[in-house]
Design a protein around this ligand. Structure first.
Ligand code: ATP
Length: 238
């Protein structure tokens, strides 16, 4: 694995009581890129993201993060990864700062670095003016920023964002996409989504998953050319 490949997933399979949700999925995540993981509902995106994040074991296959095997060296591998699940477990009765302090401890950030890590995550995610407010009282857009802040608090090299704009209004969607672009200056990003224009707007490369299998990997420019040539491979929402 070269230094420019931060995640390598090889031949991932995942079965749910006989049903194959992820089938022979292999791909790399490169340094500095926003990689779109695009597919319709039920395609296997969340299952793949959960496997990468180490919260779900694959039935078979291997994941290496920063050259650490996720099964053999889970602590070291997970250190390189931040994860915003589709429905993040936010603690609505905590303030933003209290919640991020909890996340800093969970991520084993050394005690003398926790305040700096929390302040940096708050700053980078545009949460300064709501840092003392209860999470439960924030708008959906701000709650999503809090979810993203917990994903970057330990300065991982890659962040996984699973459907980060679902349920947001158009202004919040635009702001979250801008935030993702800013974060990508420091972290590689895997953006899991069913929204084709979202991938076209912010990603460098795209992988399309359908019925558990990767059916296409290309740059965004390459994807546009193929779509013109074949007039669409899989149907997606706007
Ligand atoms: P969505 O955006 O709708 O969540 P997805 O692309 O993320 O779709 P997955 O959630 O990974 O897809 O689901 C892939 C397939 O696996 C689907 O057929 C789904 O019904 C099935 N599946 C997912 N989780 C489970 C589970 N815990 N038990 C049984 N089947 C599951």
């Amino acid at each position: 694995m070269t230094q420019d490949i931060l995640i390598r997933a090889e031949q991932l399979y995942r079965y749910y009581s006989g049903h194959c949700a992820v089938k022979n999925v292999s791909f790399d995540v490169r340094r500095g890129e926003i990689l779109g993981f695009l597919g319709p509902n039920g395609a296997g995106k969340t299952t793949t993201m959960q496997i990468l994040a180490g919260s779900l074991a694959p039935s078979s296959g291997q994941v290496r993060i920063n050259d650490f095997d996720l099964l053999d060296k889970p602590k070291q591998a997970k250190q390189g990864l931040g994860y915003l699940p589709e429905t993040p477990p936010l603690y609505r009765e905590l303030t933003v700062t209290e919640y991020l302090a909890f996340c800093a401890r969970l991520n084993r950030i050394p005690r003398n670095q926790q305040a700096g890590a929390i302040a940096s995550a708050i700053n980078r995610c545009g949460l300064k003016k709501v840092s003392k407010r209860l999470i439960g009282n924030l708008s959906k857009g701000y709650q999503q920023r809090v979810g993203i802040a917990q994903a970057i608090i330990h300065s991982p090299s890659v962040i996984i964002l699973d459907e980060p704009t679902v349920g947001l209004d158009p202004i919040q969607i635009r702001e979250i996409r801008e935030l993702i672009r800013e974060l990508a200056q420091k972290h590689s990003v895997i953006l899991s989504t069913h929204i084709l224009p979202e991938v076209q707007a912010i990603c460098d490369r795209v992988q399309i998953i359908n019925q558990g299998e990767l059916v296409l990997t290309d740059t965004i420019a390459g994807l546009s050319q193929r779509m013109e040539a074949t007039s669409i491979l899989v149907r997606f929402d706007a």
